[in-house]
Design a protein around this ligand. Structure first.
Ligand code: ADP
Ligand code: MG
Length: 455
């Protein structure tokens, strides 16, 4: 059974802009009895000993700043939502608990109450050119582009799967938007799977199944987000299979997304599973360090935010193994903190923006470890890296090692220089050289990414 707070979160996720929700709301936790430091004196809500009465709700934020921000910007809306969900007023208080960590935001399918033509400004903004491509999503991206270039001709159906916040909805709407632009006469229908369900239920009640069938079978391209939602719902799956067959039979493109591959969706009807498996299946997975960095750069520049490169690197390293949505949320928070405290966006501010939310990652690699990992990848003895040998191979390995000591270990240029008996300008030159080659030489980029993952 989901708690009052879980249901409130689900409601808030629908009603707030997704970036606000990700930045401020998703990580709030209903407190365990006795946890957290109470927010005494919250006008009108705290005085009655909030949290001590069994019916009260105490919600914890990861920092004082975070709590204050929520209190100023979202308190009324949260309280109103709780009242709606609970069906009665529930006293709410906000507390701080620095142990609160973010977890992946449950991704309730976005309600698309509107059929194809009603504008949905959020979805309209999701385009291919704002999608950052890395090895984690390249195949899905290319398959989506192919589907948008020649709908129904190849990769049909196209099935995109992957975890929460990794870009499935983004890609789905990027296809829809590209087709709308390129093939103006095409009828494009992009919906959440639960829209299909609710429309069907309504049609059944009103005995308008003919209209329902007609409506979905008339389209030229059908895109259904979060199709796992209809698994286990017998009638809906049956109707969807019919729609699917009639569209595919007529050569119309179908794109679906899901949180899992077809074979792993519990209670997915066999006919649908085999249809999905008969098409193209592509996964989006968690972005690696380099992709995280490029996503941060792209999102920051899209919102006119100046992000110094050490801050980008710091955020990309710290916010690991999480979704893209969390990268966005952190940027939003960072920008708000900068504006609010009138401070430039620098490392210190970034540290305080993520400090409470993301733990310091695993123990850092040492300089020796960098040399041994770089050496073994390039087939060179670590002692050759430290030596004064100047063959091209060894110079390159040494430069790569210097690069990682600077970028990953944060060692100073002179400390690195000392290690190799060289001065800091040589080290700076090496770091810049690798950085530049990483950008333009795919071979070097692959090597750097591979080493980063190892280190
Ligand atoms: P999903 O549907 O997989 O849960 P979304 O498509 O809603 O995830 O993505 C979450 C957020 O992250 C959206 O704001 C989306 O624009 C952004 N996003 C995800 N992947 C990328 C990417 N590769 N490049 C740019 N933005 C991305
Ligand atoms: Mg989605």
């Amino acid at each position: 059974m989901s708690t009052l707070w879980d249901r409130t979160l689900a409601e808030l996720q629908q009603s707030l802009p997704s970036q606000d929700y990700a930045a401020w709301i998703a990580c709030l936790r209903a407190s365990e009895p006795g946890g957290g430091e109470r927010d005494a004196g919250e006008p009108g809500i705290g005085e009655t000993g909030a949290g001590e009465n069994p019916g009260d709700l105490t919600v914890e934020a990861p920092s004082v700043f975070h709590r204050n921000w929520v209190r100023t910007h979202y308190f009324d809306q949260i309280q109103a939502t709780i009242r709606t969900v609970a069906g009665r007023p529930v006293p709410l208080s906000l507390a701080v608990n620095t142990d609160v960590r973010t977890v992946a935001v449950p991704d309730a399918p976005r309600p698309l109450r509107v059929p194809s033509r009603a504008p949905n400004p959020y979805a309209e903004g999701l385009k291919f050119d704002s999608f950052v491509v890395g090895s984690c999503n390249e195949l899905a991206y290319l398959a989506c582009q192919a589907a948008a270039d020649a709908p129904g001709q190849q990769y049909n159906p196209l099935f995109i799967h992957g975890g929460v916040g990794l870009g499935k909805t983004h890609l789905l709407h990027a296809v829809a938007n590209a087709v709308r632009t390129r093939f103006r006469s095409y009828r494009v229908l992009a919906i959440g799977a639960e829209f299909f369900l609710s429309e069907m239920v309504r049609a059944v009640r009103r005995q308008q199944m003919e209209t329902f069938h007609e409506r979905f079978r008339r389209v030229d391209i059908l895109l259904v987000d979060d199709v796992q939602f209809i698994a286990g719902k017998e009638r809906t799956q049956e109707e969807f299979l019919h729609t699917f067959n009639s569209l595919c039979g007529a050569g119309k493109q179908i794109v679906v997304t899901s949180d899992k591959p077809p074979a792993a969706i519990p209670r997915l009807e066999g006919g649908l599973r085999s249809r999905f498996e008969g098409g193209m299946i592509a996964e989006v997975s968690k972005p690696d360090l380099d992709t995280r960095r490029r996503i941060l750069e792209s999102k920051a520049s899209a919102s006119g935010m100046e992000l110094p490169s050490d801050v980008t690197t710091f955020l990309a390293e710290r916010i690991q193994a999480l979704s893209v949505r969390e990268l966005e949320g952190t940027l939003t928070r960072l920008r708000a903190m900068g504006a609010l405290s009138d401070r430039p966006i620098d490392l210190a501010l970034a540290r305080s923006a993520v400090g409470a939310l993301y733990p310091v990652p695993r123990i850092r690699a040492s300089a020796e470890r960098v040399e041994s990992v770089v050496g073994s990848a390039l087939n060179i003895e670590p002692r050759q890296i430290v030596s004064s040998e100047r063959t091209a191979r060894i110079v390159f390995a040494r430069q790569v090692a210097m690069y990682f000591m600077k970028k990953l270990l944060g060692m100073s240029l002179s400390a690195i220089g000392e290690r190799y008996g060289r001065d800091h300008t040589t080290v700076l030159h090496a770091v810049r050289a690798i950085d530049a080659r990483r950008r333009c030489d795919p071979e070097v980029r692959r090597l750097v990414v591979m080493l980063e993952e190892k280190l």
